[in-house]
Ligand binder design. Sequence first.
Ligand code: ACO
Length: 278
Amino acid sequence: MPVAEPQDDTNVVRYEVSDGIAWVYFNRPEKRNAMNPATNRVMTDVLDEIEFRDDVKVLVLTGEGDAWQAGMDLKEYFRETEAQGLRGVRKSQRESYGWFRRLRWYQKPTIAMVNGWCFGGGFGPLCACDLAICADEAKFGLSEINWGILPGGGVTKVVVDFMSMRDAMYLTLTGEAIDGKTAAAWKLVNESVPLDQLKGRVEELAKTIMEKSPSAIKAAKDAVRRVKEMTYDNAEDYLVRAQESANFFDNESRKEGIKQFIDDKSYKPGLAAFKRDE
Ligand code: ACO
């Protein structure tokens, strides 16, 4: 009787760092990168490991094979944890929602590079990323309704935040999958490009962001998420304080940015970023 090999869970997420970009891969292509509890745990570790590395300026989240990721693993995330009772269910929820939250407020800017299937729970990390570029060939769907649940775990919230109410409702009630171009038209992603141009476009976008002051990028991306639910006056107050607190970490960038434009006349902020010493 053959003995089953112990599964090496550490491979379910892999990453490589090159030219300032951490390419993080969902790595269960044989399961269309569905998120099982091991994925959620290893992803948390990977996010921890690379967040403050000096050589990581931008994080790109993508999928191995022909899926970005096919949502939660219906067998391992739902059926098997439910078999452990409420304790198992709550544990696996904490593990998945935990890294989605980490990603939402990540120190480095993040880009979802959606290379293929993206379903259900996958909308959590998709919308947790600051930007999203997909392949025209990608397919996005809230398939929950197709197997009998509502889009939970924050999914209904993020689609309503990112899309029009009509489009969010359409995806939610029909369970139909839309292609990349439609996802871009419906504002679920920033742009859709042919699959063979996807990586190049993401690299180009990452380079544009890398040229800016990292502390300004972090303050700005958090501000965009925070002010959405504030009144005008609260937002104004928050933004003043957010800038003042960003100055605590980096008070030189904005002075240098002003100097290079006003005194040196070496660039125009309306057209590009100032030159930074690394
Ligand atoms: N959960 C568990 N296993 C999955 C999942 C998933 N979400 N998605 C794919 N798999 C597994 C399949 O069971 C299959 O396993 P097997 O080889 O052991 O039989 C393997 O991945 C390959 O899947 P196929 O269906 O054969 O791949 P195909 O390329 O034909 O189809 C597709 C891809 C469309 C993504 C299909 O797998 C699918 O519909 N998956 C489910 C998508 C979904 O509804 N996800 C849940 C969203 S709801 C939520 O996240 C809360």
